[in-house]
Ligand binder design. Structure first.
Ligand SMILES: Nc1ncnc2c1ncn2[C@@H]1O[C@H](COP(=O)(O)OP(=O)(O)OP(=O)(O)O)[C@@H](O)[C@H]1O
Ligand SMILES: [Mg+2]
Length: 256
């Protein structure tokens, strides 16, 4: 479904992503781990079109999508969530979801004036979908709260909900567990699994929470210094000496 070939992203002489290649099979939840600064988020930015690669290529469903902008990728079903949630904090939770669909008819002045009935019907469909999404995520009780009032975990669920408002095929999750309490974490894991098994979502999941990686991900890819260090099952990666060394290297680096 996704093929990365020798991706490089250079920031003024420094290579945050340095010849990164791997493939993601449709229907998997691929785990992406690696020490702080390994280049994981930068790689997501390249895949999701927030940054253009310095070199290398990205293919999505057999199509070359290298350098496409994020909204073009979004229309193709490639969606990401953020390490730090990007909710519209003054809008309600429901409104946050209703804003997501692209090509919402109400947006154009023309359709507002001349196709008022159609706009009304379109909004009803979007509202229905938003309520269904909230029900799935068990967030209906906070539908009318400003999104800024949600807990960290609820914001992560809302981020996931925003991907459900589109016809997402491949969803990139950047540290969904960070700052989430245990109860909501379990809920989040369960929703990710249902979306994967019953709704055909493919995921790439960046996470430092090894418990979550263990429960959800196969295969697991460990990145270090901008490229793939090891790929395999959770146990293969966990028991690989190079992975341990990469994490220890990070600790030594921090101490220095
Ligand atoms: N816009 C930028 N300009 C310059 N350097 C950057 C930029 N974005 C990221 N970097 C650097 O690139 C490296 C990789 O950062 P990145 O955020 O991709 O790491 P990460 O693997 O996601 O780390 P973490 O696990 O801490 O989130 C880091 O050294 C970071 O400081
Ligand atoms: Mg990161």
């Amino acid at each position: 479904m996704l093929e990365l070939d020798q991706l490089v992203k250079e920031f003024t002489g420094f290579r945050a992503v340095n010849g990164c290649s791997f493939t993601v099979r449709e229907g998997t939840i691929t785990g992406l781990i690696g020490p702080n600064g390994a280049g994981k988020t930068t790689l997501f930015n390249l895949i999701a079109g927030a940054l253009k690669p310095t070199s290398g290529s990205i293919r999505f469903n057999g199509q070359d999508v290298t350098g496409l902008a994020s909204d073009e990728l979004f229309h193709k079903g490639l969606v990401r969530t953020f390490q730090i949630p990007h909710e519209f904090h003054r809008l309600s939770v429901l409104e946050n979801l209703m804003m997501v669909p692209p090509k919402q008819q109400g947006e154009s002045l023309f359709s507002n004036w001349f196709a008022w009935g159609a706009v009304q019907r379109g909004e009803k469909v979007v509202a229905r979908k938003a309520w269904d999404t909230l029900a799935f995520l068990e967030l209906t009780h906070v539908a009318h709260l400003p999104a800024g009032h949600l807990s960290g975990g609820q914001k992560k669920l809302l981020e996931l909900g925003r991907t459900m408002m589109t016809d997402a095929k491949l969803v990139l999750l950047d540290e969904p567990a960070a700052g989430v309490n245990r109860t909501l974490l379990r809920q989040l894991e369960e929703k990710i699994l249902i979306l994967n098994r019953e709704h055909g979502y493919t995921f790439i999941l960046i996470e430092h929470d090894m418990d979550m990686i263990f429960k959800l991900c196969h295969p697991v890819i460990c990145m270090a210094e901008g490229s793939v260090l090891v790929e395999g099952s959770f146990h293969e990666v966990r028991n690989d000496r190079r992975v341990l060394e990469a994490y220890l290297g990070e600790t030594t680096g921090d101490a220095a």
